[in-house]
Structure formats: structure tokens, C-alpha cells
Design a protein around this ligand. Structure first.
Ligand SMILES: CC(C)(COP(=O)(O)OP(=O)(O)OC[C@H]1O[C@@H](n2cnc3c(N)ncnc32)[C@H](O)[C@@H]1OP(=O)(O)O)[C@@H](O)C(=O)NCCC(=O)NCCS
Length: 132
């Protein structure tokens, strides 16, 4: 439901498959037993992690839920020896870009027409080091 509310491309089967393949990287925050946010992180190589998706239910945004999710996924990646984390975000999604920038992600490039509606993706990367 959160994914449906947050994204244009709603694909619950893809999320089930991701969960089956990668249960450790699929994290949620619950409030009173209800899921209010999730993140999906996967290892794409020994040194590189990728955040595939993150979303928080509308009414719980701007209260630190996504920061909590990213902190946990960054912790998991660090424990796995990951050196950098990458993600794609829609060019129009300025709020999410600001969120990632605040967490130390920097713009690495653009993938033209990455999304099914033809929108470009901004690729953002965070290096994990001693001070991360
Ligand atoms: C992007 C998203 C996950 C952020 O979740 P959140 O729980 O609201 O984020 P947080 O409360 O942890 O935000 C931490 C900080 O990030 C920045 N930030 C978060 N959302 C922002 C927004 N919409 N606009 C500008 N800055 C934002 C702010 O600096 C915020 O701190 P503040 O609230 O004290 O100003 C949420 O807006 C969401 O689910 N959006 C729809 C799905 C989406 O776009 N996902 C990313 C796809 S790549």
C-alpha cells in the first residue's frame, strides 16, 4: 500500500520476489503493529550496495522514519564490507534528492530515460569510510 501511494509504477509481485531473494535487505518500520515505511537494499557486488526503493506512508513523513531506515541499511552494508552505495532517483523528485544529499549522497551522473515514462534518473552515490 505504501509503495502504491508513493510510486507511479506499482508492482507488488516485484517486491515479493525481492523479499524472497533478499530478505536481509528488506527492512520496515512499524508503528502500533502497522508498517509505516520500508527500504530495500541489495548487494550488487562485493564492494557496492544499492538502495532499490524507500518509501514512508504519507502521514508519517518528515518525522525521521526514512532516516532511521537508511541508518539501518547503511549499517548492514558497512557490516558486509561495502565501500559505496548507489541509487537512482527521478529527476523530478527533488524532495528525495534533498533527503539523500542530507545523508551524504552525491550526484554521480544521469541515466537518460531510465524510467518507463521516459524520465531521467539522477544517480547518487555515498562512499562509506571511517567517518561514515
Ligand atoms: C523521500 C522519503 C522516503 C523521505 O521520507 P521521510 O521519512 O519523510 O524522511 P525524513 O523524515 O527522515 O527526512 C529527513 C530529512 O530529509 C530531508 N527531506 C525529507 N523529505 C524531504 C522533502 N520532501 N523535501 C525536502 N527535504 C526533504 C529533510 O532535510 C528532512 O529533515 P527535516 O524534516 O528535519 O527537514 C519520503 O518523502 C517518501 O516516501 N517519498 C515518496 C517515495 C520516494 O520518493 N522515495 C524515494 C525514491 S528514490
Amino acid at each position: 500500500m505504501i509503495e502504491k501511494e508513493a510510486f507511479h509504477d506499482h508492482n507488488p509481485l516485484a517486491y515479493m520476489r525481492l523479499y524472497e531473494l533478499n530478505p536481509d535487505g528488506f527492512l520496515v518500520v512499524e508503528k502500533d503493529g502497522i508498517v509505516i515505511g520500508f527500504v530495500v537494499g541489495i548487494l550488487i557486488s562485493k564492494n557496492t550496495g544499492r538502495v532499490l526503493s524507500i518509501a514512508v506512508a504519507n502521514e508519517y513523513r518528515r518525522s525521521g522514519v526514512a532516516t532511521q531506515l537508511m541508518d539501518e541499511v547503511l549499517k548492514l552494508f558497512t557490516e558486509s564490507g561495502v565501500k559505496s552505495i548507489r541509487l537512482e532517483v527521478r529527476r523530478s523528485n527533488i524532495g528525495a534528492q534533498q533527503f539523500y544529499q542530507r545523508l551524504g549522497f552525491m550526484v554521480e551522473g544521469v541515466v537518460p530515460q531510465y524510467y518507463s515514462n521516459g524520465e531521467d534518473a539522477i544517480v547518487m552515490v555515498k562512499k562509506l569510510g571511517k567517518r561514515s
